[in-house]
Design a protein around this ligand. Structure first.
Ligand code: AMP
Length: 396
């Protein structure tokens, strides 16, 4: 079956057409600046050159139409007609407590996703627009919602409650949800497979280190803790997000700088993290370069970032009363050799560490821990689109 995987943002739409039999990507692309002047569509058929065109897209329905036009184009297309698309898988950011797994989309599911809108006001409404646009262009094609939060729904209460009056949980469902669940599930399962271990008897810590970053403790295939919270702002220091901080900082800085709560959240989401700390960039390649050429602030930023990851690993070892494997994934986890080496250097107390030679790889599955380690350290590239396609096929 050919599955169209859609990841819709407020002004963007990312997609991949995946052949679920071969699990190969037939084509992928991106629509940018939807509803804004200067729209841009990128289309890349497998093994062929990327095509980039400037086209204004007044709304997401027009963007979906253009995606389909590219896919069925006589010359550059990869399918003969729309009928070849057997199902659509939608990435949905927040499923609240309503969704502990992926689900086939119907009117009731759409309503339930809508009810989660205030938990993810920037993401869920955009995801819903994506669903409705696909329904308009492809009526009758089965669609599946795959939630970023679902995998973390197995967390126990002690892991997801905040130390605030319980009534806020009861009234507004204020609790930790966690994100990147599709990646944490995919990578934890793959790590067990790769090591030839039984997932039902396997404790793994997954470090998803990308522009957004989160870490999870997965015990016997079930998430027992994760670093992101009510929103993706909590936890690790990220590209532009602060991660954990003393909540009183909000009031302190807003008073000093005369900023509203919304403006403060904008600072914490978009101007903080390694970008804010270093003043250089949110991109680890730029940071590495700056640190390499002697920029002390960039060096300190990297140290602070690594230290936070190492502290979280320690806390998740405690959460699971031990650990069998630690896995690095996503842009930084898969490609940044120094990050893995330095974080690995904190793990001596676990009887493990990163082997310099084995660690000299990028973007491939590998065990990188030193010989004789008590705990395996691995790199497992994530593939959220493939995970969404698999879930979609399973349900339709
Ligand atoms: P992601 O959000 O998963 O795409 O990850 C983006 C981050 O991965 C950026 O900070 C990139 O600098 C980092 N990254 C991607 N490729 C490399 C690479 N080859 N070396 C170092 N960092 C990389």
């Amino acid at each position: 079956m050919k599955v169209l995987v859609i990841n819709c943002g407020s002004s963007s739409l990312k997609y991949q057409l995946i052949d679920s039999d071969s699990e190969g990507v037939l084509a992928k692309g991106l629509c940018e600046r939807i509803g804004i002047d200067g729209g841009m569509i990128t289309y890349q058929p497998e093994g062929k050159e990327k095509i980039k065109k400037q086209v204004d897209m007044p709304d997401h329905t027009e963007a979906v139409k253009l995606v389909i036009d590219s896919l069925i184009d006589k010359e550059k297309g990869v399918i003969a007609s729309l009928d070849e698309i057997g199902a659509v898988g939608h990435r949905i950011v927040h499923g609240g407590e309503k969704f502990a797994s992926a689900t086939v989309i119907n009117d009731e599911v759409i309503k339930a996703i809508e009810e989660c809108n205030d938990l993810a006001p920037l993401h869920n409404p955009a995801n819903l627009i994506g669903i409705r646009s696909c329904q308009a262009i492809m009526p009758g094609v089965p669609m599946v919602a795959v939630f970023d939060t679902a995998f973390h729904q197995t967390m126990p209460k002690k892991a997801y409650l905040y130390g605030i009056p319980y009534e806020y949980y009861e009234k507004y469902k204020v609790r930790r949800y966690g994100f990147h669940g599709t990646s944490h599930e995919f990578v934890s399962k793959r790590a067990a497979e790769f090591l030839g271990k039984d997932i039902n008897n396997f404790r793994v810590i997954v470090c998803h280190l990308g522009n957004g970053a989160s870490i999870s403790a997965v015990c016997n295939g079930k998430c027992v803790d994760t670093s992101m919270g009510l929103t993706p702002l909590e936890g690790l220091i990220m590209g532009t997000r602060s991660g954990d901080l003393d909540p009183a900082i909000l009031q302190f800085i807003s008073n000093k700088e005369n900023l509203s709560i919304d403006e403060m959240l904008n600072v914490l989401n978009k101007k903080s993290g390694v970008l804010g700390l270093s003043g250089v960039s949110s991109d680890f390649r730029d940071l590495g370069e700056a640190a390499g050429s002697g920029n002390e602030q960039a060096k300190t930023t990297l140290e602070t970032y690594y230290y936070r990851v190492a502290k979280y690993i320690g806390s998740y070892v405690a959460a699971m009363n031990g650990v069998d494997a630690i896995v690095f994934t996503a842009g930084v986890g898969e490609n940044n050799i120094e990050a893995r080496q330095v974080i690995g250097d904190y793990l001596g107390y676990l009887g493990t560490g990163v082997d310099r030679n084995k660690n000299n790889i990028r973007g491939e599955e590998a065990v990188i821990s030193s010989d004789g380690s008590k705990v395996d350290i691995l790199v497992i590239p994530t593939n959220e689109e493939l995970a969404i396609a698999r879930e979609t096929v399973k349900l339709v």
